[in-house]
Design a protein around this ligand. Sequence first.
Ligand SMILES: Cc1cc2nc3c(=O)[nH]c(=O)nc-3n(C[C@H](O)[C@H](O)[C@H](O)COP(=O)(O)OP(=O)(O)OC[C@H]3O[C@@H](n4cnc5c(N)ncnc54)[C@H](O)[C@@H]3O)c2cc1C
Length: 448
Amino acid sequence: MTATTPDQTAEALLRTSGAWRNWGRSEGSRPVFRASPSSVDQVQALVRTARERGLPVKTVGAGHSFTAIAATDGILVDLDQLQGVISADVETGRVRVAAGTRLHRLPELLAPYGLALPNMGDIDRQSIAGATSTGTHGTGLGFGGLATMITAAVLVTGDGSLLRVSEAENTELLPAVRLGLGALGILVELELQLVPAFLLRAVEHPEPFEVIDEFRARVEAADHFELYWWPHTDRVMTKTNTRLPLDAGRAPVGAFSNWIEEEVMSNGALALMCNLGHLAPGVTPSINRLATKVYGDREYADDSYEVFTAPRRVRFREMEYALPLDEVPAALHELRAMIDASGWRISFPVEVRAAAPDENWLSTAHGRESGYIAVHRYVKDDPEQYFRAAEQIFLAHGGRPHWGKMHYLDAAVFSERYPRFGDFLAVRDRLDPQRVFRNAYLDRVLGA
Ligand SMILES: Cc1cc2nc3c(=O)[nH]c(=O)nc-3n(C[C@H](O)[C@H](O)[C@H](O)COP(=O)(O)OP(=O)(O)OC[C@H]3O[C@@H](n4cnc5c(N)ncnc54)[C@H](O)[C@@H]3O)c2cc1C
């Protein structure tokens, strides 16, 4: 009996596929095949097989990008079977994880080591490789996005070979590979610099819109500060999180009150409000004013991941731009004036956050302290006019769009907004000269 070669195994992994669509229902595609490899060898074999068949390959995480960055009409690969901790060094806080690991699994996986992600965004559904590849971030001027936590990576490049990138090997590639848009290869392993597990004390308050004029002072004064502004109102909801050691003691939101806030207010009532606003846009300003009265005026302390993230069950579409930090107040005033003048009725809040500068070549915070402004629209409302108008404001203030959120830009603009854009393209030419990992979105934002 002849042994099965890895490449025959890869053929066997290919399943015919139905349609794929993303969480935000803004993008979809019809992959020819899907595959869920369960080993790094299988990932390598899949890439070789794709090359031989002349099919592009795209890895998908949780499909939580609003852009078509994960879409493919070739082979759609998920790493759902490549999850978990590979090794952990409690002394240094360095942990190697399989790249398909979902963020919501990390608290349990890291508990034996007493470690945690230093910062997180609003949700924990993403895969670690998907989140870092698009520049996912939380808030806090002392903290970079998730990709800044990467100290080493292993990826399968365009010819199916394994490449290790770390502080000791191929170091010059780290600033590209940490945040590679899925264009450089399939990440199979990431090493992360973590911190001892910690608590966060959260203080949530409604405040006047004018708080935005003090945005820098507020983000400088807090570990993690963010605010939400409900269009058609003059109030913002602020959330200020302070880092505490584990022995400071938890004071979690009670189960009932948490259910009211997260399931009823942030999901159930929000869905109702958005549907009402969709059917009768004229009522949206009154609903938004009501929302500012009933939403979050509370304090609590809990494990970091419980405070950073919350479930998001109401589907929406989102655009988010990173601006130089000091541009945020002016851009928000202009956004408000634009919405007021437009006659649109926007039922979803605008979210405003901050992040430290970092060195990753395609990071939206590359080389500058950044403020993030995110605009949203309920999934049933057409976002285009609102997002296009908001984009003009963000661009005028030096903005760079989140790679996983909607925008209307292409490579010509990015080559001007990212000083190391050309260096990134050179790495892409080196690691994927035949464009095995290409898709229409990457053709648009990087060039073919
Ligand atoms: C409800 C919601 C809330 C969100 N909140 C935030 C937030 O707070 N902050 C923020 O910054 N963003 C946020 N996002 C955006 C989200 O974090 C990013 O779009 C992220 O990329 C999604 O991760 P994913 O695992 O779903 O990746 P996908 O969308 O599936 O893929 C994204 C990219 O990563 C690539 N990729 C995935 N796995 C690999 C791999 N193993 N190797 C190489 N490339 C890979 C894909 O090919 C694709 O190019 C939110 C999105 C949603 C829907």
